[in-house]
Design a protein around this ligand. Structure first.
Ligand SMILES: N[C@@H](CCC[C@H](N)C(=O)O)C(=O)O
Length: 280
């Protein structure tokens, strides 16, 4: 007997995932379904699969699987979309809610107009300088230091926002061949768990243009945790103010690294594209 489940296609700044409400539908093997459904030719087409679930420690939970089936600890864009989903589906009336993720509990603040969630701010928690694994097996942080892969050498800063990011500042970001260079750095030996790679160009103290190669999904239109990591790297390297607009291919996110709490706050859109039904 086939099992039919409903899904919702949503995006945040163009970073698109398939969302399934696991309070209603059980997905036994999300890794393989993430791979199958993310495929543009033979599936639905997406950057991955997001499961919305119950939680004993927060209002809801999130699990996020990349298009290659790998599970990530955190997803900024999906956390905003979940805020929109649970409110507009009537699963909660709260406009401030908590979300359990593999990288801890995140707080979501919803902006609502006439019952529609127009924008969500997420408390993304405290960033950490990501430790890289050096050739001799020892660990060290990486702040504006040379990293080489293939024939390319860039100065990189490694930041963890629950998941790992390598932020590289360049003078002309549109000239970067992301499809070629991205995977070389994703699989750099410094990062045995692989890494998300952000190329960023400083426009002003308040604006950065960024393009991303995501671990497990390749080129995406935006990455929420990547935007946060970019803002943190820009402040650490004294390139921008603590509040900055990160402009990605799919649109902007506003990122604020609060000096009092050291928490990073991410604000941006959340868009429902369509609903559909799938057979398992
Ligand atoms: N697009 C996401 C991050 C998704 C996970 C990432 N590819 C990883 O493997 O760490 C975001 O908006 O943060």
């Amino acid at each position: 007997m086939t099992n039919r489940i409903k899904f919702t296609k949503m995006h945040g700044a163009g970073n698109d995932y398939i969302y399934v409400n696991t309070l209603k539908y059980t997905i036994e093997d999300p890794e393989s379904f993430a791979k199958k459904w993310s495929c543009y030719r033979t599936g639905i087409g997406s950057d991955g699969l997001v499961l919305i679930g119950s939680s004993s420690v927060a209002d809801f939970s999130m699990r996020i699987f990349n298009a290659d089936g790998s599970e990530a600890m955190m997803c900024g864009n999906a956390s905003r979309c979940i805020g929109k989903y649970v409110f507009e589906e009537g699963l909660t009336k709260k406009t401030v809610l908590t979300l359990e993720t593999l990288s801890g509990i995140k707080e979501l603040f919803l902006s609502v107009q006439d019952g529609i969630v127009t924008e969500v701010t997420v408390d993304m928690g405290n960033p950490k300088l990501e430790e890289v694994t050096l050739a001799d097996g020892s660990k060290d942080i990486l702040v504006y230091q040379a990293v080489s892969a293939g024939n390319y050498t860039f100065k990189g800063t490694a930041v963890s926002m629950g998941n790992p990011h390598l932020v590289i500042f360049v003078d002309a970001v549109e000239e970067i061949d992301l499809a070629k260079i991205g995977p070389l750095f994703e699989y750099h030996p410094y990062f045995p768990q692989r890494v998300n790679v952000e190329f960023a160009q400083i426009i002003s103290k308040k604006e950065v243009r960024m393009r991303v190669w995501e671990r497990g999904s390749g080129i995406t239109s935006a990455c929420g945790t990547g935007a946060c990591a970019t803002a943190v790297a820009a402040v650490i390297n004294q390139k921008t103010d603590r509040e900055v607009k990160i402009v990605m291919d799919g649109g902007p996110l506003t990122i604020k690294w609060d000096s009092a709490t050291q928490k990073v706050f991410m604000t941006g859109d959340a868009v429902k594209v369509y609903e559909g039904e799938l057979s398992l």
